[in-house]
Write a protein that binds this ligand. Structure first.
Ligand SMILES: Cc1cc2nc3c(=O)[nH]c(=O)nc-3n(C[C@H](O)[C@H](O)[C@H](O)COP(=O)(O)OP(=O)(O)OC[C@H]3O[C@@H](n4cnc5c(N)ncnc54)[C@H](O)[C@@H]3O)c2cc1C
Length: 801
């Protein structure tokens, strides 16, 4: 066996083989895959192999789309994948399912993924096994079908070998040891390979392989059943192949298998398997099957496919698959380790494996993925994702597979998560809580008589009015937000300024000032969006809470051996924020400092004593577009400051606000948000960030790329939309002259401008003032007007007052 390799991929399931193939395809052929047993010896060999492409979010859809494309390419190059491109049919039993498919249809236009509603008659023609009586709609996916799991895996392996990659079967990895220079020794009974990078693609054994390197991955295996029927005469006599049939509302999927059918089910009750660890001797085996687990799903399936009731069952498969807490993959460099990549918890490896291979190869070879894939990034889970959390979350999402993902939906599983010190005070005022990165935050406050619980709909929910009211009250008085869920990093030491200047694109602020700064990758993508405050003896960086591990991972890449002290204070410092025309008067009453416009002007940063609490970090900035302050202080001090602000605020029309009103208020200002308008999909000149990129300040990460940006592909757009009683949430397609040209990145209702507002992107040559735009909302094209300026306070004077 070779003793060195640039990359060692651990695990020869569909995912590991695809990663190996994509590394070799991109020119890295000094790469080795080590497989414990035979290829496919985990979940891969017994998968149903079903394929679909119309999914949300868009990054996931792109992974599906690409995987579909790669099967075609492999087949065309002579590697048989057992690929059946039959198309797919989504069953709609309720209006909500129609709405969900409409949303997906609109979102997928951006990628050119074709899907549309068809009549029930047409559905029956495409799938004569259907009884459409229980259906109210049918959605057709052009790209749907299935592959043979073993063939597809072997096809990736064979194509990788042809490109020079090496595969060793029957070679379990028994240890992974990191050297001081960050490279790895990968130990097997046949010898040790010294590798620059490791990829953990060990599927069902992802946890065990992770533990070899000292990391605990939030993964939990579950049992999953499908059955294959004997020949069904109706199917045998069709003369064509049935499409893939997805019945989301019952958690069922079906397709033709031979002359019979395959029916799979996300069972009503989730059964976890091997909770503490996957047995080392498990391999090409199945779990004892129990068809009664599928009974509920089966009965629902018979309603729409009556021929199943008569069919004999030829084979029942109960196989384990392994999930992350939100059932999405965990991919990318592990934030705690150097040169260690994860490709774990992949629920739909045959739909996503090709895409994951592509993205992983981009990440390993190029240092970053070429699309924003944070939804799947292993860094989206921190220490909060314990075994219990993972168990609770996987159970919830497995058992509620049928649940649509509604706008702003927060889920009841694994609650409550970490609470802010004033959580109970907020709850007493009617707060409805959402979660992010393992923490609870107030989303809105239910007024008297309104149930403190979100209604779930794609249309206007119960919180629509109350959130708008919160926004209105803030713009006329002062709003108080609990604001702890921000990531906060403290940077100090003799080389702090030099280092920050190198990783941030803006010029650093002077003492007592703050600035907004994008962080660019080497290739010039926007990978972060920060406020940087110069507190005299140190800097404070504030950014999106959920990004903290992803940012730490990036920071460490550039951190010098000494001279910079970096501390993650995200959970040590609590936050409160006030904003509105009365905010300055309120803070002035409580501060020991001159908080007037001259004494503490817009973009000031400093430590003040507030309500007798010393060293409160005050930043004069607000995402609402009003005069506002972000206030950070030790957690133990937060309740006292909260009480003081509430008590003193009474005379200034203070009201409590949740984070949803913040998101609506910033729409009126056209302020971009991280994760929607600002993502690593864009370069700085495409997302309106170029004025924060100081090309003349000297060298910094991404500068060379930014100097050489080509023409922008897309540009931001703000639209007001005649949506009437509907709502815009994001992902809807933007049409110009009746043709889809762009998409909505986020949308909502402007509290005081009283417009439906959509922020989004269109190709540069589709941006026309006065153009005939429309936004597709639940299948309806709603006229929209381009707004070249912010709708509220376009001059930005209120926030500077
Ligand atoms: C019943 C069932 C039906 C499914 N249906 C579908 C479907 O219709 N469509 C779809 O897209 N997906 C489906 N899936 C999911 C799909 O099977 C998985 O997403 C996919 O197989 C995951 O592949 P993987 O490569 O990540 O992991 P695995 O297939 O588990 O492969 C991991 C490999 O790593 C090896 N390994 C582990 N430890 C070591 C070690 N220490 N050293 C060396 N090698 C090691 C294992 O032997 C194994 O071969 C289904 C799954 C099940 C159980």
């Amino acid at each position: 066996m070779e003793t060195t390799a640039r990359v060692v991929v651990i695990g020869g399931g569909v995912v590991g083989c695809s990663i190996l193939y994509h590394l070799a395809k991109n020119g890295w052929n000094d790469v080795t895959l080590l497989e414990r047993q035979e290829l496919t010896s985990g979940s891969s060999w017994h998968a149903a192999g079903g394929l679909f492409t119309v999914v949300r979010p868009n990054s996931a859809a792109e992974m599906h789309r690409y995987t579909f494309q790669i099967y075609r390419e492999l087949e065309e190059s002579g590697q048989a994948c057992g690929f059946h491109s039959t198309g797919g049919l989504n069953i709609c039993r309720t209006q909500e399912e129609i709405d969900s498919n409409s949303m997906m249809q609109s979102a997928c236009r951006r990628l050119g993924i074709e899907g549309h509603f068809i009549s029930l008659e047409e559905a029956k023609q495409k799938a004569p096994v259907l009884d459409t009586d229980h259906m109210i709609g049918a959605f057709w996916e052009e790209e749907g079908g299935h592959v043979d799991p073993a063939s597809a895996t072997q096809a990736f392996a064979a194509a990788a070998r042809q490109l020079g990659a090496t595969i060793h079967r029957h070679t379990p990895v028994t240890a992974t040891k990191q050297r001081a220079d960050g490279t790895w020794d990968v130990v097997t009974e046949k010898g040790t390979i010294h590798a620059e990078y490791i990829v953990n693609a060990a599927g069902l054994w992802g946890r065990e392989v992770g533990r070899l390197a000292g990391i605990e991955l939030p993964l939990m295996p579950v049992e999953h059943h499908y059955l294959v029927t004997e020949t069904i005469p109706l199917v045998e006599n069709l003369g064509f192949e049935l499409p893939q049939i997805n019945d989301n509302e019952t958690g069922c999927y079906a397709r033709q298998e031979g002359m019979g059918m395959l029916l799979g089910a996300y069972e009503h009750t989730c059964t976890h398997w091997a909770k503490d660890g996957t047995p080392a001797d498990f391999g090409h085996e199945l779990l004892p099957d129990d068809l009664s687990c599928m009974e509920w799903n089966f009965e629902r399936s018979v309603e729409i496919m009556p021929c199943l009731a008569e069919a004999g069952v030829k084979r029942v498969i109960n196989g384990p698959m392994i999930f992350s807490p939100d059932l999405s993959p965990l991919i990318g460099p592990h934030p705690a380790l150097r040169n260690y990549f994860c490709a774990n918890g992949i629920m739909a490896g045959f739909n996503q494996g090709g895409g994951i291979g592509r993205v992983m190869a981009e990440w390993i070879i190029g240092g970053e993925p070429e699309i924003d894939i944070f939804n799947w990034d292993v860094a989206r889970f921190g220490d909060f994702a314990t075994q219990k959390y993972t168990e609770d979350m996987t159970r919830y999402f497995y058992e509620n597979r049928s649940e649509k993902i509604f706008p702003y939906q927060s889920f009841p599983a694994a609650r409550p998560q970490a609470k802010s010190p004033v959580h109970d005070k907020l709850a007493a005022q009617g707060a409805v809580f959402g979660t992010g990165f393992g923490s609870e935050h107030a989303t809105w406050f239910a007024p008297e008589g309104v149930k403190a619980e979100d209604s779930l709909t794609y249309r206007q929910p119960n919180w629509w009015g109350p959130v708008a009211e919160e926004g209105k009250r803030l713009r006329s008085g002062v709003g108080l937000f609990e604001f702890s869920d921000m990531a906060k990093f403290e940077v100090s030491g003799p080389k702090a300024a030099e280092w920050l200047d190198h990783i941030m694109a803006n010029r650093l602020p002077k003492p007592g000032r703050l600035c907004l700064s994008p962080m660019l990758s080497d290739s010039g993508r926007v990978i972060g969006d920060f406020t940087i405050s110069n507190l005299g003896d140190r800097y404070l960086l504030v950014c999106t809470y959920a990004m903290q591990l992803a940012y730490l991972r990036h920071f460490r890449k550039y951190l010098p051996a000494d001279g910079v002290e970096l501390q993650n204070l995200s959970d040590d410092l609590a936050g409160l924020s006030i904003a509105g025309p009365n905010a300055k008067a309120l803070i002035s009453r409580l501060a020991d400092h001159d908080m007037s416009t001259n004494g503490f002007p817009f973009l000031s940063a400093g430590e003040i004593t507030l309500a007798g609490i010393q060293n409160v970090i005050a930043l004069r900035v607000s995402y609402t577009g009003e005069t506002g302050y972000e206030l950070y202080l030790p957690r133990t001090d937060q309740p006292a400051l909260f009480d003081a602000l509430v008590a003193e605020g009474e005379q200034y029309d203070l009201s409590l606000c949740g984070l949803r009103s913040l998101m609506m208020l910033r729409l009126e200002k056209g302020f971009a948000a991280w994760g929607t308008e600002l993502t690593s999909d864009y370069f700085a000149h495409e997302c309106g960030m170029m004025h924060h990129v100081k090309l003349d300040k000297g060298d910094f990460v991404g500068r060379v790329a930014a100097q050489n940006y080509g023409a922008a592909r897309e540009r931001p757009i703000t639209l007001t939309v005649d949506a009437g009683d509907d709502a815009i949430w994001g992902d809807e397609a933007i049409f110009l002259d009746g043709e889809p040209v762009g998409y909505v990145s986020s949308g909502g209702w402007g509290p005081v401008t009283e417009h439906h507002i959509a922020l989004g992107y269109v190709p540069v040559n589709s941006y026309h003032e006065g153009g005939a735009y429309s936004v597709e909302i639940l299948g309806r094209l709603c006229p929209a007007q381009l707004q070249p300026n912010p709708l509220f306070d376009p001059a930005g004077s209120r926030m500077r007052e």
